[in-house]
Design a protein around this ligand. Structure first.
Ligand code: MG
Length: 251
């Protein structure tokens, strides 16, 4: 089948968690953009995309038109604008001030009740991402090793998710990354963003391949698989580099 759109998760799929692209990956993406529409979708903010992804790419402006940037699970969508040579917000679906207040109160209440107040924090524990509020148990900038050691089996995150979901049943509460819980409007996950992308590109599900590292049930990439898009599971960016090399016919 001829695919038109290759979509990727960001953390642990295109780059190490919260880290910039390796030069090899940047080069492969530049080449992939010449052949396919490419989407990157993640729970992270646009600023995080700039640091990890966009600063590393060297593709020409007209080639960057093929890149579809979807921070916060596609509740924000950016395209490259050739006239201004900059990334422009196409749409944003932000939470209201009242919703944000409720979410922050529920996350604080859950963190207190479950004792998730770390003795040391690396950055803010609660971050307002406009369309999403994220709780990071150790702070946004915690070292990867600390994050991975905090909740290796996912049990702590599930407890907080369940606690918070009961307090704000009208909003969507999900496990995010290794230490984080994301809250959005209901029905916002990567399937939402990929659905938006399919509509924007006037494509069909069968035109898309999604590559992610958390495709098993409960993972933040799983909703894309559940919606019926073909998915490829990877465990690190080096796996993804092999996938892209295969797509480019280079081995
Ligand atoms: Mg990931």
């Amino acid at each position: 089948m001829k695919r038109r759109v290759i979509a990727f998760d960001l953390d642990n799929t295109l780059a190490d968690s919260k880290s910039p692209l390796a030069d090899q990956m940047a080069d492969l993406l530049d080449r992939l953009l010449l052949r396919f529409q490419v989407c990157v979708i993640s729970g992270g903010t646009f600023e995080q995309f700039q640091k990890q992804l966009l600063h590393g790419l060297k593709a020409a402006p007209d080639t960057l038109r093929a890149l579809h940037v979807m921070p916060t699970c596609g509740t924000r969508y950016y395209r490259f604008d050739i006239a201004t040579c900059s990334w422009q917000l196409v749409y944003a679906e932000d939470l209201t001030a009242a919703q944000k207040t409720k979410i922050v109160a529920a996350l604080n209440s859950g963190a207190d009740a479950l004792g998730y107040r770390a003795s040391r924090l690396w950055g803010a524990q609660i971050e307002d991402r406009g369309s999403q509020i994220t709780f990071s148990a150790l702070g946004q900038e915690a070292p990867i090793a600390e994050k991975e050691a905090w909740d290796p089996d996912g049990g702590k995150k599930r407890k907080l998710r369940d606690y918070v979901a009961k307090l704000i049943p009208d909003l969507g509460v999900r496990v995010g990354g290794s230490t984080s819980i994301d809250v959005t409007k209901h029905g916002i996950d990567k399937a939402y963003g990929i659905g938006k992308l399919i509509a924007l590109l006037d494509a069909a599900k069968q035109d898309v391949i999604f590559v992610g590292d958390r495709l098993s049930k409960g993972g933040n990439d799983y909703p894309v698989k559940a919606m019926g898009v073909d998915c490829l599971a990877v465990s690190c960016w080096q796996d993804t580099a092999l996938v892209i090399q295969t797509m480019l016919g280079v081995t």
